[in-house]
Design a binder for this molecule. Sequence first.
Ligand code: NAD
Length: 326
Amino acid sequence: MSTHKFSPKGSVAGLRPRAIVAGGAGFIGSHLCEYLLEKNFYVICVDNLLTGSMRNIKHLLSNPYFRFHRADVTRPLSLRGRAEVIFNLASPASPWDYLRLPLQTLAAGSLGTRNLLDLAVRKEAVFVLASTSEVYGDPEVHPQQENYRGNVNPVGVRSCYDEAKRYAEALTMAYHRKYGLSTRIARIFNTYGPRMKPDDGRVIPDMIMRALRGRPLRIFGNGMQTRSFCYVTDMVEGLFRLTRCPDPMPINLGSPEETTILGLAQILGRALKRKIRMRFLPALEDDPRKRKPDISRAMHLLSWKPSVPLKQGLASTIDWFRSIYT
Ligand code: NAD
């Protein structure tokens, strides 16, 4: 099998290339489906709606080049027809989701990834795994490069997610090495934007919703822990560019613009033009102190870096939350 047969122009003359987006009814997945439709793909969105929602894709259902297939990827998948690329985003992703769904999260990373890899082998498709910066755990090197092997607690409360993704990466590499499957691994860092759930515990929706309701923002620990936030349109562009790059080794996708959680609260206050109050709470277990990607590989191999500044992305996200929830 070829290791690089996908061309974004389509593999069959005159026909749209077909993409399967597992987890396509989720936050990033729904933006990816939109993006692929704009790029003239035929898109099959596979999702069991465990943490996603039909609301995220309802505007796509009338598109003749979009199909929704409700299925659990942890069960064997039979999807007829060709596919040139398969994106695996199917997994609970927010801490509150994976903490309440630890077994489903482990199953999605293991069985789900395996079923999608098998599908990719049958269809001779390029396989793209949405992995995560959580594979670095609470990192001891900063910023994180792809060759850093991480500092993950294998029995901590977050291990259901971190270890599932580490296993999914190992499985993906095994399929690449054993079957010559054309695979990609994206290590996604914190991504934000419209369609995040207001109550999934991730810091940006949590802060926006509290600020809009006039409540104090919750700061876990002293607020000096850092994160780097990538706007979702930049992320889907990176995921798409990855399909064109034959390198199977992991590539960090995220913003190198680092912000403390306290700094984020202040930027939000300015964007909302409100005086914000803060409530300090005990630090969360195994919550990383620092998180920032080294994106040299993505810049070099994909000619990619985020283009939406945090201030601008937050303004669009606030507008969306305001329009939906107030
Ligand atoms: P999300 O929860 O909004 O989307 C995940 C989607 O997968 C949901 O629609 C859910 O219903 C679906 N799903 C879960 N288990 C499934 C199963 N067994 N079968 C079929 N569908 C299933 O999360 P998201 O933020 O959009 O994340 C998408 C992917 O990106 C995840 O794999 C996540 O690990 C990865 N990621 C996201 C971030 C981020 O900041 N959002 C960071 C790192 C990695």
